[in-house]
Ligand binder design. Structure first.
Ligand code: PEP
Ligand code: MN
Length: 367
């Protein structure tokens, strides 16, 4: 995979609030009054960049799909009155052309557009030759190459002020989050392109305002460069994403409570360093539990198959090989035989219990 060449970032610090790049504002522009109201409130808090969705990509038709081009006039007026930079999502060439006319400063590609190289290329071509700042949200599916590819398309269109927004990933399984964070994907993006500014979008990851603080703090502990947080004058009355927006007052208190990781290595900041590791550990633990859950489901399916074919739950030869291979694999990465053996036996025991239950209940049902 080609890494893109280093990206200029002085713009990032110029537009930062409390040392982080912050984009705040409503999910959607709803009325002129709402846009101007939130703009003035954000300005008073020293926010420098305001977002507002103009065209909304909704999962199903029939929901509010954005006010359309009229909203660009409201944003232009907000910018004139407050000096805030304006940021919107664009999903095609027409959006870009209209937004350029309205002097929008920052553009982002939404998660549903980021999956399509055709759409990304159309947007990149429409922005070619401009000096705009462009953020690419992660595609809805956790495909790092697709995310990097989208960024490369903008780089190739000579867009130099580039960044990424981590907004989480769709999954069929229900989880605490609206979109699972899968932090590792964003960490891998940062490793692939270290100079690329990375923002977190805790609003769309969490889907609930109660989750926003913890998600943002985790991102700060992982050294993200900033955040995009949906902020609305009256969140519960919002026309879209009402559950995940916060008031400017709540945003202000969130910003005060956030702890930024100290990057200066000479400065001993034990608590910050410790929470950096703890957050990494938490992410890995969540992955372990998730994998165990998935593993047990597969074991159950295998159990059903064994039951149907009247095959016993345990095949001793296979079990011996599985255990030995895992012990060998563990040793190669410094895990002791004792530890791996204990762990694998516990997992295996749980699998056997579940498979036996399934076989028995299948038999009871067919009797
Ligand atoms: C948004 O930011 O309003 C939005 C629709 O985001 P996403 O593309 O992450 O769903
Ligand atoms: Mn939204």
């Amino acid at each position: 995979m080609n890494a893109v060449s280093p990206i200029n970032t002085p713009w990032l610090s110029q537009l930062s609030t409390s040392s982080k790049f912050l984009i705040a504002g409503p999910c959607s522009a709803e009325t002129k009054t709402q846009v101007l109201d939130i703009a003035h409130q954000l300005k008073a808090m020293e926010v420098k960049v305001m977002r507002a969705g103009i065209w909304k990509p909704r999962t199903r038709p029939g929901n509010f799909e954005g006010v359309g081009a009229i909203g660009l006039d409201w944003l232009q007026q907000a910018k004139k009155e407050t000096g805030l930079k304006t940021a919107i999502e664009v999903a095609n060439k027409t959006h870009v052309e209209l937004a350029l006319k309205a002097d929008i400063d920052i553009f982002w590609v939404g998660a549903r557009s980021a999956v399509s190289p055709f759409i990304v290329q159309e947007i990149a071509d429409a922005l070619r030759g401009t000096n705009k700042i462009v953020f690419v949200k992660n595609p809805v599916n956790p495909d790092l190459a697709l995310w990097i590819g989208a960024i490369e398309r903008f780089k190739q269109a000579n867009i130099n002020y580039l960044g990424a927004i981590h907004r989480g990933f769709s999954s069929y399984e229900k989880s605490l989050y609206r979109n699972n964070p899968e932090w590792q994907v964003a960490i891998d993006l940062k490793a692939a392109i270290p100079s690329l500014p990375l923002l977190v979008d805790p609003s769309h990851i969490g889907g609930k305002r109660e989750l926003i603080f913890d998600l943002t703090q985790t991102a700060m502990n992982l050294n993200y460069d900033g955040m995009m947080i949906e902020t609305h004058p009256t969140p519960t009355k919002a026309w879209s994403d009402a559950d995940q927006q916060i008031t400017p007052k709540q945003l202000s208190s969130l910003l005060k409570q956030l702890k930024y990781r100290v990057t200066d290595k000479d400065e001993k900041n034990f608590q910050a360093d410790l929470s950096y590791f703890r957050d990494k550990i938490d992410v890995l633990d969540q992955q372990i539990i998730n994998s165990l859950g998935k593993r047990m489901k597969v074991a159950e399916e295998a159990g059903q198959l064994k039951g149907k074919n009247n095959v016993s739950v345990l095949q001793p030869e296979r079990w011996k090989n599985v255990l030995n291979n895992l012990i060998k694999q563990g040793k190669a990465i410094d895990l002791s035989e004792e530890f791996v053996s204990k762990l694998v036996k516990a997992i295996h025991q749980e699998s056997i219990t579940r498979q036996s239950q399934i076989i028995q209940s299948d038999e009871t049902n067919s009797n």
